[in-house]
Design a binder for this molecule. Structure first.
Ligand code: ACO
Length: 439
């Protein structure tokens, strides 16, 4: 026996565990619906053998932190940033205000918002050397690879960012990163097209400036249709945070080493690059193209039900109800198509959704449209190539990554992220030198 918690009279907020290997009983305290994995570590057969551990690949049932940034109730389809419902933020706020809310934890006063907007606007420029190294990428470099590399490289331009214990310094890096992400993203896009880089325009709003850096050619002043600017701004809001998803976990994990925030966010961009995370909207477009026309939907659905196909843009690890972001995106799609003309794939998507939502297979498994079902259609209407979809996601997610990083570095309970393993390899083999083995 060790110093493991004992069963006592008042064990209502605890879990009683009986270890059948030893016959010992333990009361493990329950706090906020969780037990501490370290408490399980105190349960052991004898002093020599390691304590009990939790095996949880993919962290499907492991809380890694306490967080006050984002709340999700997947069964009810609820998403809130700092307590505010996503529907209200998407309708009445803008991306920069939402970024402020995520970072600071409360809505800004007018003076605070003006100062924040000014700071972000005046940090959108990047060092000229960034331009030089971006030119060094191959002509067909994936913009997400360029974004990941250039965000990481910012750490070399701002070595003071390593001073993560200084609140003013942290604030400076957060402003820089939110401000420069669209510049880096837009330049990655222009590089692939062989077009000259467009410098930021401080007269434009955050999202309009991004569109200007993407699409401006010889005109003196770039002007975008307000409805398009608003739709993209809403998409940024919808992607701004999603609690402990894979890329946020990457940011937190790398950030737990106390590295500078540029290096931590570069890890987040890397995680987002993966098709299981940021790439599903592109797969939706491919699927819709393959279906081709409404008449083909029933046979496609049959293929899904037989297990030969997957209905991309449907289903979610957390949401077992309509993803609240998908509802808002559907509305944005209508606004965008008013300007750009409709995408013929939209009719297929709408019909597909209708049929799937009435079908027993999807109803039983609680499969609803997720954020990716309609977002690709909108991005395509903007004439973004599919490689850019994840870059847009990364720009939107940046305030969330930084809010979570900020929370991490101030959280006294956090430690360097270092999981355990179950070792399955050989032990104590005798090594024979190569000269003998190969003789
Ligand atoms: N099409 C058909 N069947 C599905 C789908 C789908 N899109 N999603 C889940 N199912 C079925 C599974 O086959 C399984 O059926 P079974 O019980 O008969 O075996 C059941 O529903 C449960 O699915 P799981 O795979 O256990 O769900 P999980 O939580 O592991 O996966 C995921 C979630 C990966 C999102 C899955 O729903 C999926 O692959 N969806 C399509 C891809 C997609 O849209 N990804 C974007 C997610 S949103 C985001 O990351 C931003």
């Amino acid at each position: 026996m060790t110093d493991a918690p004992a069963v006592t009279e008042d064990n209502t907020q605890s879990l009683t565990i009986r270890d059948n290997r030893t016959g010992s009983e333990y009361a493990v305290p329950i706090t906020d619906g969780t037990i501490k994995a370290a408490d399980l570590g105190k349960i052991r057969v004898d002093e020599e053998t390691p304590g009990l551990a939790v095996y949880d690949p993919g962290f499907v049932n492991t809380a890694s932190c306490r967080s006050a940034v984002t709340f999700i109730d997947g069964d009810k389809g609820i998403l809130e940033y700092r307590g505010y419902p996503i529907e209200q933020l998407a309708e009445k706020s803008n991306f920069l205000e939402v970024a402020y809310l995520l970072i600071h934890g409360a809505l800004p006063t007018k003076a605070e918002y003006d100062a924040w907007e000014h700071e972000i606007t005046y940090h959108t420029f990047v060092h000229e050397n960034v331009k030089s190294f971006m030119h060094g990428f191959r002509y067909d470099a994936h913009p997400m690879g360029m974004l990941m590399a250039s965000v990481g490289a910012l750490s070399t331009f701002y070595p003071d960012a390593r001073n993560i214990d200084d609140p003013a310094n942290r604030h400076m890096q957060i402003v820089r990163m939110i401000a420069k992400m669209p510049t880096l993203g837009a330049w990655s896009f222009r590089h692939a097209q062989g077009k000259p880089f467009v410098y930021p325009d401080n007269d434009l709003s955050y999202t309009e400036n991004f569109l200007s850096m993407l699409f401006k050619m010889s005109e003196k002043k770039f002007e975008a249709d307000e409805r398009l600017v608003r739709a993209l701004d809403v998409l940024f809001i919808l992607h701004a945070d999603h609690e402990q998803n894979a890329s946020t976990n990457a940011v937190r994990s790398v950030g737990s080493t106390q590295v500078d925030p540029y290096s931590a966010v570069a890890a987040g961009v890397g995680a987002l690059f993966g098709p299981l995370h940021g790439g599903a909207n592109e797969a939706v477009l491919r699927m819709l193209r393959r279906i081709g026309k409404k008449e083909n939907i029933p046979s496609f659905i049959d293929g899904v039900k037989n297990g030969n196909e997957r209905l991309m843009g449907f289903g979610h690890r957390v949401y077992k109800n309509y993803d609240p972001r998908a509802k808002i995106i559907k509305k944005s799609a209508e606004d965008v198509f008013e300007v750009t003309g409709t995408n013929p794939l939209l009719d297929i998507a709408l019909e597909l959704e209708k049929i799937a939502l009435e079908d027993e297979y999807f109803v039983q498994r609680k499969l609803y449209p997720n954020v990716d079902f309609y977002s690709g259609l909108i991005y395509e209407a903007f004439q973004f190539p599919p490689e850019m979809f994840t870059v847009l996601f990364a720009i939107g997610r940046t305030p969330g990554w930084l809010a979570q990083w900020l929370e991490l570095v101030q959280d006294k309970e956090q430690k360097i992220a270092r999981p355990k393993q179950i070792y399955t390899g050989e032990r104590r083999l005798d090594f024979t030198a190569a000269s003998e083995r190969w003789a």
